[in-house]
Design a protein. Structure first.
Length: 294
């Protein structure tokens, strides 16, 4: 069974080599890797052009078209029936593809599967983890409230689903959020969560005030679009008040130089020493995996 893996890249020279190593380290070996450069101005394209493996395809048009455009492009370019997402600055557990593919093969009524994540620092230290609710109620209301812990970058699904449900290219911060809500409203969001951290998510310094404020603004637009279907007018007004409150809180945290709190509150601390050691050993194995040309 073959799977296409798509990685959109924009100025990821510090991490793209390790992201690729984590693909090569997979226990499931039947894959193609589609690397799509989105107009990088650093050495990202130079780095990936050095990789010597026939399973790699590099696409570059020199333009910065944005993540939603590139994700739709990957869906069209993919050769195989299963398609995995990954960000250019993250890592995958070696068993990610094997476990997610097995789930979809054994559960034909599902189109998508994601997983829990281990949050890592820029120096690849495990900083925390989070997994989805073991009994999540996938509903429009819970999706709109972000209660289902659906990790976009850790998604693996049937290519046919992505082709019939393209991302909105006009959205740069909430393209995933809008897609989940839109497809759920059409009864086409059959997803499950493997409650294991099969994906290493690099979150240090990811919470910039620009990104957060843009995300909250886009979120309010989705409240307007989908909210009336799931909430009363009073409940919806309360959501808007809460969202504007978050924007104010972000500005305050920026003022006191503590935006890092926005990331840390998402994750559970790794208090179990054995769990921490297992994360560290898996990361070490991934980062040392040999790849010709890297």
């Amino acid at each position: 069974m073959f799977v296409s893996i798509g990685i959109p890249i924009f100025n990821a020279e510090a991490y793209i080599a390790d992201a690729v190593r984590s693909v090569f380290s997979q226990t499931h070996k039947n894959w193609e890797l589609i690397l799509v450069d989105d107009g990088s101005t650093d050495r990202s394209l130079e780095i990936i052009n050095g990789i010597r493996d026939s399973r790699i395809r590099i696409i570059s048009d020199g333009l910065n078209r944005g993540l939603p455009f590139r994700l739709n492009q990957i869906s069209k370019e993919a050769k195989f029936d299963y398609l995995a997402r990954m960000d250019a600055d993250d890592l995958m557990s070696p068993q990610r593809l094997e476990k997610q593919l097995r789930f979809l093969v054994e559960n034909p009524n599902f189109d998508l599967v994601t997983s829990g994540v281990c949050s890592i620092t820029n120096s690849n230290f495990p900083a925390g983890f989070r997994v989805g609710d073991k009994s999540p109620s996938i509903s429009g209301k819970n999706l709109l409230l972000g209660r289902n812990q659906i990790v976009h970058a850790a998604m693996l699904g049937r290519r046919a689903w992505f082709l019939r449900n393209p991302y909105d290219v006009n959205l740069r911060r909430t393209e995933d959020y809008e897609l989940w809500l839109r497809t759920f409203s059409m009864d086409d969001f059959k997803i499950s969560i493997i409650n294991e951290p099969l994906y290493y998510y690099r979150e240090e310094n990811s919470a910039t005030i620009e990104k957060l404020l843009a995300a909250y603004s886009s979120q309010r637009e989705l409240y307007k679009k989908f909210g009336p279907k799931y909430f009363t007018a009073i409940e919806l007004n309360a959501l808007f008040v809460k969202s504007f409150g978050k924007s104010a809180a972000v500005r305050l945290l920026k003022f006191v130089n503590r935006l890092d709190l926005m990331v840390s509150r998402r994750n559970k601390p790794i208090l179990d020493k054995q769990m921490l050691a297992e994360f560290e050993e898996e990361i070490r194995r991934v980062l040392s995996f040999p790849v010709a040309g890297l």
